[in-house]
Design a protein around this ligand. Structure first.
Ligand code: ASP
Length: 357
């Protein structure tokens, strides 16, 4: 039996902007969103639409080969193919679009918007999504960087199957050296990272929620999903109501973390509906996390392997980030955080947390 004290730990008070101090432009994002939120606010200040602002923000991570959880450079599925998921929701027109398991296109968020605007559908998947993008002028590219390939092959060879040096291999080869030779762009200092990534694939994803001075709001989430996933696996990120939900009469919410848990509770939708019923953003997110925990009977042993976070932005500018756990599983020094920009420098804030590690 878990005590209430242990169950509901609020590590920080929710950030609430009174109407007097309400920022004119605000962007809220996951912890990797420092550049994203700055770009989103800059775009809105220049007169850009709230969805274009969110997409311009997440494009930075999608195009960054060093971000191994989003877009180009994302860690691949078990067969070495990078499959990307994204969805967008546009508050002013109440429209939305999504792509899932799309290959070869670095910026799935843009294709999600294209689906919203240039088709009579909400979601396209796999080859159909890629062909739709190509029909609109996007060129399919190889998204697997040398670094991601090194991590994937390291993982493949760690499984104890037939991949990697065979029984007849000459003795004494340093582990990983052969891999470095086969990937000409790989650097020796990547090996330690590749081993760690193979053993403990990091989670990632980026969500961006935006609000402008007209009260218009939008949201976007984009990811390469879980590393080493079964081809065709789709998480929460491209699911409207899970990865993102936006109703600018109320607010917007997004999510990162283990998508399977979020899909089960329609998390982003639950957060927005909680705010509609009067909950503060932090409490709205914590309530959704409680539902995810309830699916495991609040068993902290089971839940310890799960990372899940929500981000909420209310129409009055109040915002919050909330996580299942206060700290990362593999690195207890890493606090669960999120990012906000309300017109100045982007800043990182502590998320509230349901459980303490
Ligand atoms: N939510 C993503 C997914 O399940 C992964 C993540 O955020 O790390 O695909």
């Amino acid at each position: 039996m878990i005590s209430r004290r242990k169950l509901f730990v609020c590590a920080a008070s929710p950030a609430v902007a009174s109407s007097a101090q309400r920022p004119r432009f605000i962007a809220v994002s996951s912890s990797n969103g420092l550049a994203c939120t700055a770009k989103a606010v800059e775009t809105m200040k220049a007169g850009g639409d709230t969805l274009d602002a969110a997409i311009a923000g997440v494009n930075i991570q999608e195009l960054d080969p060093e971000d191994t959880s989003v877009g180009y450079g994302g860690l691949p599925n078990e067969e070495g193919d990078v499959e990307l998921d994204s969805c967008v929701m546009h508050g002013p027109t109440r429209r939305c679009g999504a792509v899932a398991s799309i290959r070869g296109i670095k910026t799935p968020s843009k294709i999600a918007k294209l689906v919203m605007e240039q088709s009579d559908h909400v979601m396209l998947v796999g080859e159909g999504a890629a062909r739709f993008a190509e029909a609109h002028g996007y060129r399919a590219e190889n998204l697997l960087t040398d670094k991601a390939r090194l991590a994937w092959l390291t993982w493949k060879e760690s499984l104890g199957g037939d991949w990697g040096p065979g029984l007849d291999a000459p003795p004494g080869g340093a582990p990983g050296r052969a891999l470095l030779q086969r990937i000409p762009g790989a650097r020796p200092e990547w090996l330690a990272w590749a081993r760690e990534t193979a053993a403990h694939p990091p989670t990632g994803t980026i969500t961006c929620l935006t609000l402008n001075d007209q009260g218009e709001m939008s949201g976007c989430t984009t990811t390469s999903g879980l590393a080493w996933k079964i081809p065709g696996r789709v998480g929460d990120s491209p699911i409207i109501g899970a990865g993102v939900y936006c109703d600018q009469d109320v607010g917007a919410a997004g999510s990162t973390g283990r998508g399977e848990e979020n899909i089960r509770i329609c998390g982003a939708h639950a957060v927005v509906e909680n705010m509609r019923r009067g909950m503060e953003p932090a409490e709205a997110c914590l309530d959704a996390l409680r539902r995810a925990a309830r699916n495991y009977d609040d068993d902290r042993g089971w839940l310890s392997g799960i990372g899940l976070s929500f981000y909420a932005l209310r129409k009055d500018g109040a915002y919050a980030g909330a996580s299942l756990w206060d700290r990362a599983r593999n690195d207890s020094r890493r606090r669960s955080r999120f990012t906000v920009n309300d017109g100045g420098e982007s800043r990182s804030e502590d998320s509230v947390a349901l459980f303490e590690r």
